[in-house]
Every structure is written in structure tokens, then in C-alpha cells.
Write a protein that binds this ligand. Structure first.
Ligand code: NAP
Length: 343
């Protein structure tokens, strides 16, 4: 016989426990909202794939997993309940206005508002050594990690805007940047290509793919095996860093139903981080925005949490008064900052 589904009631459910999710939890906890944080693995998100960070204010240099622990401890201190190894299958807005966040185990977390912070995933090359040396030479974020490669030789793989832009950025620190592309022309915009061609520290290697990351498990990456697809030549490039920029996918698959997004699939929000689904807020890497950093994820999440608190207050007021009044409903559905502002 099918077991009855467990339904747990919360004020707000947060999907994901990266920097955005944990910041949101800190703020909703401080607002005395009953908060559930659902995380597929363990708290930290991309921080767990980052060895050191030196771009978080107040922490000149900190290990990624150490910062993740600090974020989690801080959020729990204000009462947020963390559910680890709890993957979310779907977030669905029900006809009564509540969200049902269903886990992969079939449990349902019911709440008037939800904050989705499920991040994004850099597309991987899928070559041997790539995951083994992630955070030990292999990176997917030049802004985060370039400073760790001062006066070193690094390789960048990709031929789009990100690869060209980040290769250029990396030359601020690296002594030499090899830009490796599988074809003999870039798909990047002409201006970004020109920056690459004008930069004496960048050498482009055309028609070539990376085959294997070599390294020493203690000290990190030591080289990159390459294969020229035209000449069939294979060789080992001496490089201590590999930056992979072959695309990025926002993890929006859990959001059931239509939501507005940009051409790349990133979720569009209003200034209060509310998506086109009223009550569904997003923060961090899955949101359409200029940049994706720990600080911006935390900033978005702060706004999302405070806006969600306002939304929940209005939602409960509407429910208490059984209001179907159009103006109340429209006030609820536009989370926007009122004249008094959110503080
Ligand atoms: P992208 O435009 O999709 O380019 C991905 C690049 O990676 C392509 O050159 C592709 O090669 C290559 N690639 C894909 N799979 C590969 C594999 N398995 N092995 C080796 N190479 C592989 O991705 P993106 O550069 O991340 O940019 C994503 C979007 O963000 C774009 O719309 C871009 O315009 C935008 N963006 C804009 C800026 C800016 O304006 N400053 C900066 C960053 C990103 P092929 O060319 O052979 O397919």
C-alpha cells in the first residue's frame, strides 16, 4: 500500500544551501520565519569546489569549506532548519497560493513563499583529471581564482565570450595564458577576440582539444595533455592552471510551470528578486545578472529574504481576511518596494 505523503509546514522554503541559500536563511531566520533549507548534498555549494577565496570582504584569505561552515553555522544560529542530502524534485505553486516543494524522496514542504537558490553548473570538459584537480589548478571562475596564479602559466579552454574575456583578465596575474580552442575561429564577439589578439601574454592554440589534466595529488596540477585535431600531434603543455569556459547552465529544472527567463535560461526577477511566479524568489547563480560572485549571491539573497518576509506577511493577512479583493491581490503579486522602502 502506498505510504501517505508527509507534508511539512514552513513559512519559507529555501532550495539550495550555497552562499545565496544560506544568506537567505540567515535573514529569514532573523525575521523569525520558520525556515527550511533543502540541500542535495552538504551546505556550501560552489564554495566546496573552491580551495581558497580572497574576494569576500572581511576574509583576506579563507578556505572554501571553512567559509561554507561559517555561513551554515551563522544561519542555523537564527533557527533555520537544514535538511542535508535532500534533493528537490520540483517546486510547484498550488491553486491555493502555497508552494509545494517536493523532495526526491516524495516529502512535501509547504510554504507561502520559496526562495530558489539552486545555482548553476559550469559545463565540464569531462576529461581525466579535471574533477580530481578542481580547486587544485582547475577552475571555472577567473575572477575568483586568477590571483592564485601570479606569474604562472595557465591554459584556458573555450572560444566564446567567456573564454576570451577571462583569458584577457587572467593575464593580470599569469605570466602566460594559452587559449585552447577546438576550431580555427572563435565564436566570441569581435571586440573580445581583438582584446585576445592584442594581448602579448596570450597565445592561441587552434584546432586543439584538452585530453587530460596531469598533476600531483599533493601539490596540484602540473600540465595539460593536448591533441591537435588537424595534425594529430599530441603533447604535454606545462601549465599549473586550467580555466574551463565552455558554457554554464542555470539549475532551473526544479521550477515547475512557466517563469520568465532570458535567452540563456537565467531567471528574470524584479528588483525584489521575485520571479514572474508571485511568491517564488530567486537569488544567486540562476538569476539573470551581470556577474556571479559570493558577494552578489549574498546580496541578492538578502533582498530576496526581506522581500519574501513582506510577501508572507501580506499573504497571511489576505488569507486571514479571506480577501479576494483585486487590489490586495495585485499588491501581493507585485512584491515591489513600496514608497517606504525595505530596510
Ligand atoms: P558559449 O558562447 O556557448 O561558448 C562556448 C565555447 O566553448 C565555444 O567556443 C565552444 O566551441 C566551446 N566548447 C563547447 N564545448 C566544448 C568542449 N567540450 N570542448 C572544447 N570546447 C568546447 O559560452 P560562454 O562563452 O560561456 O558564453 C555564454 C553566453 O554568455 C554567451 O551568450 C555569451 O555571449 C555571454 N557572455 C557574454 C560576455 C560579455 O559580453 N562580456 C561574457 C561572457 C559570456 P565552438 O565554438 O566550437 O562551439
Amino acid at each position: 500500500m502506498k505510504q501517505p505523503t508527509t507534508v511539512r509546514e514552513y513559512d519559507v522554503v529555501i532550495v539550495g544551501a550555497g552562499p545565496a541559500g544560506m544568506t537567505a536563511a540567515l535573514y529569514t531566520g532573523r525575521a523569525m520565519l520558520r525556515t527550511a533549507v533543502l540541500e542535495r548534498g552538504f551546505p556550501g555549494g560552489e564554495l566546496l569546489n573552491t580551495e581558497y577565496l580572497d574576494d569576500v570582504p572581511g576574509f583576506p584569505k579563507i578556505l572554501g569549506h571553512e567559509l561554507a561552515e561559517k555561513f551554515a553555522t551563522h544561519a542555523k544560529q537564527f533557527g533555520a532548519e537544514f535538511f542535508e542530502t535532500t534533493g528537490v524534485a520540483s517546486v510547484t505553486k498550488m491553486p491555493d497560493g502555497y508552494f509545494h516543494t517536493e523532495t526526491e524522496n516524495g516529502e512535501i514542504f509547504r510554504s507561502p513563499a520559496t526562495i530558489v537558490t539552486s545555482g548553476g553548473t559550469p559545463i565540464k570538459l569531462g576529461i581525466p583529471g579535471e574533477l580530481e584537480y578542481a580547486g587544485k589548478g582547475v577552475s571555472y571562475c577567473a575572477i575568483c581564482d586568477a590571483a592564485f596564479f601570479k606569474q604562472q602559466v595557465v591554459a584556458v579552454v573555450g572560444g566564446g565570450d567567456a573564454a576570451c574575456e577571462e583569458a584577457d583578465f587572467l593575464t593580470r596575474y599569469a605570466s602566460k595564458v594559452y587559449l585552447i580552442h577546438r576550431r580555427n575561429e572563435f565564436r566570441a564577439s569581435k571586440i573580445l577576440q581583438q582584446h585576445v589578439f592584442d594581448n602579448p601574454k596570450i597565445e592561441v592554440i587552434w584546432d586543439t582539444v584538452a585530453e587530460k589534466v596531469e598533476g600531483n595529488p599533493q601539490t596540484g596540477m602540473t600540465g595539460l595533455r593536448l591533441h591537435n585535431l588537424i595534425t594529430q600531434k599530441r603533447w604535454l603543455l606545462d601549465a599549473t592552471g586550467l580555466f574551463v569556459f565552455i558554457g554554464f547552465r542555470p539549475n532551473t529544472g526544479v521550477i515547475a510551470g512557466h517563469f520568465e527567463h532570458d535567452v540563456m535560461g537565467y531567471v528574470l526577477t524584479d528588483s525584489a528578486m521575485m520571479s514572474s511566479i508571485p511568491g517564488l524568489f530567486v537569488a544567486g547563480d540562476l538569476r539573470a545578472q551581470l556577474t556571479r560572485q559570493v558577494t552578489t549571491a549574498s546580496g541578492d539573497a538578502t533582498t530576496a529574504a526581506i522581500a519574501a518576509d513582506k510577501y508572507i506577511t501580506r499573504f497571511k493577512e489576505m488569507e486571514r481576511t479571506n480577501s479576494t479583493d483585486a487590489s490586495t491581490r495585485s499588491a501581493l503579486e507585485s512584491s515591489h518596494v513600496s514608497a517606504g522602502g525595505y530596510t
